[in-house]
Design a protein around this ligand. Sequence first.
Ligand SMILES: Cc1cc2nc3c(=O)[nH]c(=O)nc-3n(C[C@H](O)[C@H](O)[C@H](O)COP(=O)(O)OP(=O)(O)OC[C@H]3O[C@@H](n4cnc5c(N)ncnc54)[C@H](O)[C@@H]3O)c2cc1C
Length: 403
Amino acid sequence: MARVAVIGAGVIGVSSAYLLARAGHDVTLIDAASEPGMGASAGNAAQLSWAYGDAMASPALLKHLPAIAMGRDPAFRIRWQLDRDFLCWGLKFLANTPFSSWWNNTQEILRLAEQSRHELVILLKETDIEFDYRVAGKLHLYADRQSFAAADSSVARKNALGFEQRLLTRVEAEDVEPALAAYQGEIAGAVYTPSDALGDAAGFCRQLTAWMIERRQVSVLFGRKVSTFVQTGSVLTGLRFEDRDELRVDAAIVAAGPEVRSFISDLPEARDIRPIRGYSLTVRRTGLAPSISLTDVKRKLAFAAIGDRFRVAGLADIERPGAGFDAGRFETLRLAASAVLPDLFERSDELMRWSGERPMTPTSMPIIAASRRIKGLYINAGHGMLGWTLALGSARRVVDFFQ
Ligand SMILES: Cc1cc2nc3c(=O)[nH]c(=O)nc-3n(C[C@H](O)[C@H](O)[C@H](O)COP(=O)(O)OP(=O)(O)OC[C@H]3O[C@@H](n4cnc5c(N)ncnc54)[C@H](O)[C@@H]3O)c2cc1C
C-alpha cells in the first residue's frame, strides 16, 4: 500500500482518488479551492459522450481554420501568442489534422471512453451518490445538407466499432425529442446516439468526495495549494505547499487540469497542455426544455437538462492561460443560445454564468504517464473537451501504474 497524494479535485483527481483508494492505497486528495469540482469541471456541458470522442484536430477543422483565424466564426477566438510553447502546440495540433491522425486519435479516445463507461457502471452499483445522472441520449443537429451528408461516413465508422448511432430527418428527430419543434435553428438532419448519458460533473466531485470521506477512504486537504515536490535524488518523497508545509508521500498524481502547466519544470510532459476557454449559462429548467442532450454542430453549442437546471455551453477561445471571464464572449454565447431556444434563454431564471479552461493537448488524448524526471510522480491531465467523459477510464489507467 502506497501513500499517494492526488493534486486537484476536479473530475480527474476525484476519480483517481476513488479508484486508488479502492485498490487499497492510502490517498490524500488535495485542492487549492475550498471544495471539490470548482475548476474546469464546475460548469461544463455535463455530457457523457461515450460514442462521440472526435479529436478536435481534424480535416474539417483544418478547412475551417482560415475563417477562425480571421475571426469569422463567433464560436472560436484565437489570441496569437509569441511564445515557443504556443507555437509548438499549434504545429503539433496542425500535424494531427490529417484524416489518419484524426481517426487514430478518435479511436484512442473512444477506447478510453469505453473504459470510463465500464468503471461508471461499477461506481453506480457501489455508491449511492446523486449527481443527476441519466442515460438521456444525444442528438447532434446539422444545419445544412452538406455537413449532414458528411456525418454519414462518421456514423458508418462508429457503427462498425459497435456504437449505436442513427441518421434522422428533422421530423424523426422531433419524434425522439418533441421539444425540438420549438428549436429556431436550421436542422437539415440529426445524428441520434441513444446510449450517451449526462450528469453534473461538479455534483459528482462533491458527492463522491463526501462518500469517500464518510467511509474514511481518503484524507482531504482543501484550500491548500501545492507549489513544488520534495525529492531525494530523483525519487519523490513529498510535496511542499505554498505556506512551506510539507506532506510526506510515496507517490503523487498531478490532476491539476489547465493549471498543470505551473509544474512544467518538474513535469515537462505538461508542456503539451494548453487551455481552451469555454463558457456556459445555466437557467431554471422549464417544461419547454429538451430532455435529450443536444449539440448544435454549426453553432458549437451543447445543451443539457441537468436535474431542475438547463445548461448551454460552448465557445473555444485559445488565449493566454488564466485570461479569465470575458463578459463580451459570454454575451456571444448567451445570444447564440437565445437565438435557437428563446423561450428558455430569454425568459427563464438565470442561475449561473460560468467560464472555464479546457486542458487541451494537440491530439485531444490526455497525458496519463509517469514523469520522466521524478520517480513516483505521475500526470493525469489534458482531457480537453471530454474530461468528464474520460475521467474514470483515465483513473483506471493511473491505478494500473501501481500494480
Ligand atoms: C465549456 C466547457 C464545456 C465542457 N463540456 C464537457 C462535456 O460536456 N463533457 C465532457 O466530457 N467534458 C466537457 N468539458 C471538459 C471537462 O470539463 C474538462 O476536461 C475537465 O473538467 C477537466 O477536469 P480536471 O479535473 O482535469 O480539471 P479541473 O476540473 O480544472 O480540476 C483541477 C483542479 O486542480 C486544482 N489545482 C490546480 N493546481 C493546483 C495546485 N497547485 N495545488 C492544489 N490544487 C490545484 C484546481 O483548483 C482544480 O480544482 C467541458 C469543458 C468546458 C470548459
